[in-house]
Design a protein around this ligand. Structure first.
Ligand SMILES: NC(=O)c1ccc[n+]([C@@H]2O[C@H](COP(=O)([O-])OP(=O)(O)OC[C@H]3O[C@@H](n4cnc5c(N)ncnc54)[C@H](O)[C@@H]3O)[C@@H](O)[C@H]2O)c1
Length: 264
């Protein structure tokens, strides 16, 4: 039996990168996958490759769009089984900055919070409404940056810390209410996706930057979107049935501590 057989799964920011890998894996595991994004062209193109899927425009920072997709899902399916709050931005491409602690631009800060933090809060709010009668799983994609400080990307780090903490509030709320809804966060780092393009640059510069980043990863290499997708699959099915409120790191060992360097 497939792990998500006929489960209704909504994934935000699923047109590319980690969200795409989650959509493909959940589909492979029998899920009815609702791909959502603001990139309608790539989202629709992905949906065409996955027969048991639909594409929906959903800008996670707008409550009216959450209400609209909730009405659609309840009307068509009567429930939601899995939500992956994956959509997220660094702000580097989408806003003008600066991004550091001393000079951070207020509009940049607010836009990053709106997508990464408010977007996840809204997702959880509407998922509870869609899941409380029949149970469900919420998987929030935070970041390594939600656990440690990032001095040159303070809005991103703070927004991901909010995701980490809100996950635990939602997990406890649902448990206290007796809803059969589990909520957990995943904390990726250094996963090779389009999000890295602006940070790595192009050509020779890109190769050098990749080597520099990989030198700081205990496992010595970037992760792949599928590495995060397998963790999301675990948290989205009954194999994790006694797990709620946890933070699962998928980071090649970065958060394990400093690399042990041989002295000889
Ligand atoms: N790649 C990494 O190394 C890494 C590390 C830590 C955390 N993450 C997190 O993983 C998630 C996915 O990242 P990725 O690397 O695949 O990024 P990506 O940029 O490759 O993909 C993000 C997707 O989100 C969509 N999106 C952006 N704003 C949106 C909005 N307002 N509403 C709906 N969709 C929106 C984009 O169109 C895009 O399809 C993000 O939350 C990111 O912060 C990634």
């Amino acid at each position: 039996m497939k792990r998500l057989d006929q489960k209704i799964c909504l994934i935000t920011g699923a047109a590319k990168g980690i969200g795409q890998a989650i959509a493909e894996l959940f589909h492979q595991e029998g899920g009815i996958v609702l791909i959502s994004d603001i990139d309608d062209t790539q989202g629709r193109a992905l949906s065409k490759t996955l027969p048991q899927s639909e594409y929906h425009h959903l800008d996670v920072k707008h409550e009216a769009e959450w209400q609209k997709i909730t009405d659609y899902i309840l009307d068509k399916y009567g429930r939601l089984d899995v939500l992956v709050n994956n959509a997220g931005i660094t702000g580097f491409l989408e806003t003008k900055g600066p991004f550091d602690a001393e000079n951070v631009d207020l509009a940049s800060w607010q836009e990053v919070q709106a997508v990464n933090s408010t977007g996840v809060m809204l997702g959880c709010k509407y998922a509870i409404k869609m899941m409380k009668a029949s149970g469900g799983k919420i998987v929030n994609i935070s970041s390594r940056s939600g656990i440690v400080g990032i001095p040159l990307a303070v809005a991103y780090a703070a927004s991901k810390a909010a995701v980490r903490n809100h996950t635990k509030s939602v997990a406890l709320y649902c448990a206290e209410k007796g809803y059969q809804i589990r909520c957990n966060s995943i904390h990726p780092a250094a996963i090779m996706t389009p999000m890295w393009d602006t940070m790595l640059g192009k050509g020779e510069m890109r190769e050098k930057m990749i080597k520099d980043v990989e030198a700081g990863i205990p496992m010595g290499k970037f992760g792949e979107p599928i590495d995060v997708a397998y963790s999301a699959l675990f948290l989205a099915n009954k194999e994790s049935k006694y797990i709620t409120g946890i933070e699962l790191t998928v980071d090649g060992g970065i958060l394990a501590g400093s690399q042990g360097k041989p002295t000889e």
